[in-house]
Design a protein around this ligand. Structure first.
Ligand SMILES: *[C@@H]1O[C@H](CO)[C@@H](O)[C@H](O)[C@H]1NC(C)=O
Length: 171
């Protein structure tokens, strides 16, 4: 008789204490992101391209800001890479693709002809556009793309990746 009456009360207490416990435990993902972010200084969130990894050729200069020098780009809730490219007037950038990430190219200076190709429905599609200063375009993950500076003056673009490790494969 006694046991019968206590059982629902015990069950209710059990459910309440479980839900209180669940409410007070943040998700592990959030904890990790917060822990990483808390260790960074304010200036770690400033991306200065003079501090980025540099690649120079006679026709272009690439500044790569990634997690090796900018840990703020590699929080569990961030995962990005930012690349700034200076391209001489009339010159193409190397034809390549990124096996593990999508690139959003933002034209900071000059005019670009951009294209990417992919296997469409029964044909190879070539998507070509002219991108002017202040405009953006996107190169989907894994697709071969080309960017040429077609203005009289030199060009500058800033590309932001949706992952910290997109990879670059010249073709
Ligand atoms: C797309 O077509 C243009 C014009 O024929 C060509 O110059 C460019 O190389 C092509 N793009 C790609 C990524 O194959």
């Amino acid at each position: 008789m006694y046991r019968f009456n206590l059982l629902p009360i015990f069950a209710l207490c059990c459910m309440l204490s479980l839900s209180f416990a669940a409410n007070s435990i943040p998700s592990f993902g959030l904890q990790t992101a917060t822990a990483i972010r808390s260790k960074l200084r304010d200036q770690d969130f400033r991306i200065q391209f003079t501090r980025a990894t540099q690649v120079k050729t006679p026709t272009f200069q690439v500044s790569i800001a990634d997690l090796t020098r900018f840990p703020a780009l590699a929080g569990t809730d961030v995962q990005s890479m930012i690349v700034k490219v200076n391209l001489k007037a009339g010159e193409p950038f190397i034809r390549h693709f990124h096996p593990r990430g999508t690139e959003t190219l933002n034209a900071l200076q000059g005019t670009f002809r951009v294209s990417f190709r992919f296997e469409g429905l029964g044909e190879v599609r070539n998507v070509t556009n002219v991108i002017r200063t202040g405009e953006s375009t996107v190169f989907p993950q894994g697709l071969i793309h080309e960017t040429t500076c077609i203005s009289k003056g030199d060009c500058v673009f800033l590309s932001v990746f949706n992952t910290a490790d997109a990879g670059t494969v010249p073709v």
